[in-house]
Each structure stands twice: as structure tokens, then as C-alpha cells.
Design a protein around this ligand. Structure first.
Ligand code: SAH
Length: 359
């Protein structure tokens, strides 16, 4: 699924890269074509690009010195060129086999990634930023503040790390870890391209989830990707949404929904609306009815996320009976709805519980 490639600041083949100037830009995330061009810039034959691609993406090389098919002298010359892999800081497995990873980046920052196995899938929940600036009240990541955007290789690395640890191909990737992907859109799209082309994950099996950033949904739509697009709605009216999501003040619900309609129009694909269920707050029948009214005639799907507890706030998860009643209210109004099953809850690996600490 090709899309117009925006020049990435992380591209190892940016024009500044001359043959002598072996940059320190990590290679991970680079395409076959980029890698081929890069080896040729080093005075090597084109087929070395295929070998490099294979070693980085299939064999999981962590350093160019491991690539035994390259001559010793060339490997020595490349000693300072990083592939861009993280190191494992902490790993914990929940009873449902969900694995949470804390990964250390080259600059010492730590991010969280989650591997979620089911019978026939392996889903990776990736981070797009170190921390998150959105500060949603129910989210652990939001409580920890924002450090920086991730780079392309740091996103791709998360997927390779989980794939290697499970010894199984990753089938799905969701941008639902730490961070707000649309605040790092160009890099996220570059990573999406690499996950699709270099690691072979189907575009439809990639999901970008956003709380909604003005104009960025339309910007994403213009790329006309076949990926799955999810919006964290979480409230059925503006007042409630502002209470939960600070950025909603500057981006009213009506505007957000209009941009989502434009997304459907531009891409021809439906939007998934995520809706966190907080007991007594947004889980009453009138909220279901209000939500259904907003979504009437909208090519969409609602994914209910029963609240996963975090220590800073005292929201409650609704009872199974209340959750079921909310589902039925939406169904009665002809809204397609599903409930997200919590995974990794015991190890703080479920939605909203990621905070880059082992505590
Ligand atoms: N910034 C993106 C990705 C965030 S995480 C976004 O907002 O969509 C993915 C989902 O987990 C979002 O829908 C987010 O609102 C939800 N989430 C956050 N905290 C949660 C919690 N404590 N319990 C359940 N879901 C939570």
C-alpha cells in the first residue's frame, strides 16, 4: 500500500549523506530502496541493500558488525552506524500471556510496549511519544507529562522486539501505547509505511488511535491509507468530554465529529469510536442515547473500553450488567458496538495503564 512518501528527517538517504559522511542516523525503518541507495553511496554493489534489509528486518541484527556477509573491512568502517534497536529494561508477563516491555532508547528515555497474543493473532500496542501532552484525566500516561516524540526507528523497533520475544510473526499493530500519534503524524506515517512494507503487516491490521487534534484527522485522511482509524470519543456531550479530556475545550465535539465525517468521505473507510466506560459518569442510558444520536447515519463502529484502574484517580469500572445495558442501548439505536476485553490488567499493561515505570 504505497502512499506519497514525505521526506523523513530520519531518512538515512537524506541529501546531506555523502559517501564519506557515514551518518549516525539509525537504519531501522528505512525501506529496501533507501537501504540500496545507502549501500551504493558507500561504494557497495546494490545487492548489499537486499542483504542489509534482510539482516535488519528478518534476522534482527542489532549492530552492523553482526552482518557476517559483509566484508570485515566494511564492517569496521560502519562501526558507528546504528541500526537503532532499543534495549530491554524490564519485561513482565500477565496470567493472560500479555507481555509488557519497558524499552530503553538510545538517549536513556524509557517507553512502554505491550504484546497481546490471542489464538491466531499477535497484536503489538506501540507508543508514539515518550509520555503524552494530552493529560486525559483517566490515563496514567497523561499523568506523567510529555518528554518528546519518538522517531521512526523507535516505533519500528517496538514491533520487532515483540516479534522476536514471542518468536511469532506480529499480525496487528495498534498505536494505543504512550502518546498521541497525530502529534507525531509524519513520523507515525513513516513507521506505518515500514511496518507494512518491511515487516509485512497488512495495512488493514494497523490501527491509529487519536484523541482528536484539529485538522490532523483530515491530514491523515488525505493519505488515503487502508488502515484502521479510531477516535477516543469517551463522552456523549461537550461538557462531559471537557471534564475528561482537557484538549476538548479547544476542539469542540461538533468540530471533531465533522472532521471524522470528512475522514469517511475522503477515505471511504469507517471510523471506530472508542468510548471509555466510567461508572456513574458516562455509562447511563441517556449517554448511550445521546451518543447514538451523534452517530446516526455515520459509517462507524463503537468500541467500549471498560475503565482500567489507575492509582491517581478514583473512577470506577461499571458492573458487567451496566456495560451490557449500555451495549443494548446502542444496539437498539442501530449502532455497531463491541466491548474491548481488558488484557494484561494484572501487570498494568492494559489500556491507559502505561507509565514507563516498573512500580
Ligand atoms: N492518544 C491516543 C492513544 C491512547 S491509548 C488516544 O487518545 O486515542 C488508547 C486508548 O486507551 C484510548 O482510547 C484511551 O483513551 C484509552 N484509555 C486511556 N486510559 C484508560 C484507562 N484508564 N482505562 C481504559 N482505557 C483507557
Amino acid at each position: 500500500m504505497a502512499y506519497p512518501v514525505t521526506p523523513s528527517p530520519h531518512s538515512p538517504v537524506s541529501p546531506e549523506n555523502s559517501q564519506q559522511d557515514v551518518t549516525n542516523t539509525p537504519l531501522l525503518g528505512a525501506s529496501f530502496a533507501e537501504l540500496t541507495q545507502w549501500v551504493q553511496q558507500q561504494g557497495q554493489p546494490a545487492y548489499r541493500g537486499r542483504q542489509l534489509h534482510n539482516w535488519i528486518y528478518q534476522k534482527g541484527a542489532r549492530s552492523l558488525s553482526e552482518i557476517s556477509v559483509f566484508s570485515k573491512s566494511w564492517r569496521e568502517a560502519l562501526v558507528d552506524v546504528p541500526i537503532g534497536r532499543s534495549t530491554l529494561h524490564y519485561r513482565s508477563q500477565a496470567p493472560d500471556r500479555t507481555v509488557k516491555y519497558l524499552l530503553r532508547l538510545a538517549d536513556g528515555n524509557i517507553i512502554e510496549t505491550v504484546g497481546i497474543p490471542t489464538a491466531n493473532r499477535l497484536t503489538v500496542c506501540v507508543s508514539s511519544q515518550v509520555g503524552c501532552p494530552m493529560a486525559c484525566d483517566f490515563c496514567a500516561t497523561g499523568k506523567g507529562g510529555f518528554t518528546r516524540n519518538l522517531q521512526r526507528h523507535e516505533i519500528v523497533d517496538q514491533v520487532l522486539t515483540v516479534q522476536e520475544d514471542f518468536g511469532q510473526r506480529v499480525s496487528n499493530v495498534v498505536f494505543m501505547g504512550m502518546g498521541e500519534p497525530l502529534l507525531n503524524l509524519e513520523t507515525v506515517l513513516a513507521a506505518v509505511q515500514s511496518l507494512n512494507q518491511d515487516i509485512g503487516i497488512g495495512m488493514r491490521s494497523l490501527t491509529i488511535s487519536t484523541v482528536g487534534i484539529r485538522d490532523r484527522i483530515r491530514q491523515l485522511a488525505e493519505h488515503k491509507l487502508q488502515l484502521t482509524f479510531a477516535v477516543s470519543l469517551h463522552a456523549s456531550n461537550q461538557q462531559l468530554r471537557e471534564q475528561l479530556i482537557p484538549s476538548a475545550k479547544h476542539y469542540p465535539l461538533a468540530d471533531l465529529l465533522q472532521e471524522c465525517r470528512d475522514y469517511v468521505k475522503i477515505t471511504g473507510r469507517r471510523v471506530t469510536f472508542e468510548y471509555i466506560l466510567l461508572a456513574g459518569l458516562n455509562d447511563q442510558p441517556e449517554h448511550g442515547i445521546e451518543l447514538a444520536q451523534h452517530l446516526r447515519g455515520f459509517q462507524s463502529h463503537v468500541n467500549l473500553i471498560p475503565y482500567n484502574p489507575i492509582s491517581e484517580v478514583d473512577y470506577q469500572r461499571p458492573s458487567p450488567r451496566r456495560i451490557q445495558a449500555f451495549v443494548e442501548t446502542l444496539e437498539q439505536h442501530n449502532i455497531a458496538v463491541s466491548v474491548r476485553r481488558p488484557r494484561g490488567l494484572e501487570k498494568d499493561a492494559a489500556c491507559g495503564q502505561l507509565r514507563a515505570s516498573t512500580v
